[in-house]
Design a protein around this ligand. Structure first.
Ligand code: FAD
Length: 403
């Protein structure tokens, strides 16, 4: 087999998985990460069944499940009345996937797990503290410039996977437009040791609708395995960062999800801008955009990172076939042909619909949405169909059908 080198930029969860998927297929890989360590701030954690199937192929599944929480159900609530509207049960997907549940494992654990594997593999170079600042390409090669430690250097690769996140330097260097919009409100993530199951009969993943201010509530294991909850809220559009992050505002928000006064041991706050954007192209020559570099979305439903991992896995397979001369270079066009429409249909449209459902203000439409959710949950065929879409199983099947 030829020894064509694949260079991956960014050791977030998508880049680390892309690098591991390529290395396990026997290709020499270089992974460049700007920071000296993986970002461990609270971000994505919900891992859908098709993603668990990929992690199983990569040999990571046992570690991954061991470091997370298995969540079989998710629930919709009417927050003002504390009423459970509908519950969905992934067990209904048994027979459709070997993993009829999601696993809540924080994304930095996945990146670290994959990097640990990569470090033990031959012909793999992992460089932390190496920031890519530019690149150029011709028909045969890509030359990447990176800064760090010993100054600026140039690395040559046959293919580049740009998994350098939403602000992707590579996407900008390639002049690829990031089409879409930014929501006017920001999202606040409050991580607390308070156990919401002590005050509400909720499960590990809960979506709470409220015309004034919705909440997503879910539990993760934490690095110490002791368990903690993340409560996600929108800010008011005119709310200054300093106000949203103030003790008073944080405790008032927790109180609106029934945390008793004086309780709610806050361990982390995260306030961030939320976008719905998709790169106009996913490929330019020998360079491919993957994960948040290619698309960003609101986190309601836990879809964006999952989609990025599906892309990484898909792209590794396509590159493998081309490098092994089992297929012509034209096969690589399938990456964009397949992945871009799937992201728009299953991630962008779905996450926007999820957000609209939680924030609906029109009383009649709220009632209608709740009724529809409750009826969907009660009807076995609709329940299954809803989950096939929400879990990205339908998207994974559609991907396999795109030539
Ligand atoms: C604050 C925040 C909260 C979020 N919360 C949720 C959530 O609750 N649920 C959810 O589903 N999703 C959430 N997301 C989205 C989710 O975190 C992303 O989908 C996920 O991180 C995408 O992984 P990635 O590997 O593509 O990109 P990233 O995780 O962003 O990784 C990109 C990596 O590339 C590195 N890098 C960047 N530029 C360069 C460069 N020039 N050279 C070398 N390396 C570079 C970065 O340091 C980083 O390590 C959140 C995102 C943010 C920002």
């Amino acid at each position: 087999m030829s020894r064509e080198r694949i260079l991956v930029v960014g050791a977030g969860p998508v880049g680390a998985v892309a690098a591991l998927a390529c290395a396990q297929r026997g290709h020499p890989v270089t992974l460049l990460e700007a920071e000296r360590k993986v970002d461990d701030s609270p971000r994505a954690s919900t891992t859908q069944p098709p993603t668990l199937e990929i992690l199983a192929e990569l040999g990571l599944i046992d570690d991954y499940v061991a470091q997370g929480l298995v969540a079989r159900h998710f629930q919709f609530w009417d927050r003002p009345t504390k009423r459970l509207v509908a519950e969905f049960d992934f067990e209904r997907l048994r027979g459709e996937t070997p993993f009829p549940y999601v696993v809540q494992t924080e994304q930095h654990k996945l990146a670290n797990m994959a990097i640990a594997r990569l470090r033990r593999m031959p012909d793999v170079d992992v460089h932390l503290g190496a920031r890519v600042t530019g690149l150029s390409q011709d028909a045969d090669r890509v030359v990447v410039r990176a800064e760090g430690g010993s100054g600026t250097r140039e690395l040559t690769a046959d293919y580049v996977i740009a998994a350098d996140g939403g602000r992707s330097t590579i996407r900008k260097e390639l002049g690829i437009e990031f089409e879409g919009y930014t929501w006017p409100e920001r999202f606040l993530v409050i991580t607390t040791m308070f156990d919401f199951q002590s005050v509400l009969p909720c499960c590990l993943r809960n979506y709470m609708a409220d015309p004034g201010e919705w909440t997503n509530l879910f539990k993760v294991a934490g690095d110490d395995g002791r368990g903690r909850w993340r409560a996600v809220f929108p800010t008011r559009e005119d709310e200054a960062d300093v106000e949203a992050l103030s003790d008073d505002a944080v405790h008032a928000r927790l109180a609106r999800v029934h945390v008793p006064d004086g309780e709610g041991d806050v361990v982390h706050l995260n306030l961030y801008h939320v976008h719905q954007r998709v790169a106009k192209q996913f490929r330019k020559g020998r360079v491919f955009l993957c994960g948040d570099a290619a698309h960003v979305n609101n986190p309601i439903g836990g879809l964006g990172l999952n989609c990025g991992i599906h892309e990484a896995w898909d792209l590794a397979g396509l590159l493998d076939q081309v490098i092994r001369r089992q297929a012509d270079e034209a096969l690589l066009d399938r990456y964009e042909r397949r992945r871009r429409p799937l992201n728009i249909e299953y991630v962008q449209e779905q996450t926007v619909a999820n957000k609209r459902r939680l924030e609906e203000r029109d009383p009649a439409r709220r009632v209608e949405r709740f009724r529809e959710l409750a009826e969907t949950a009660e009807d076995p065929a609709r329940h299954r169909a809803f989950l096939l879409r929400a879990s990205l199983i339908e998207s994974a099947r559609r991907a396999a059908a795109v030539d």
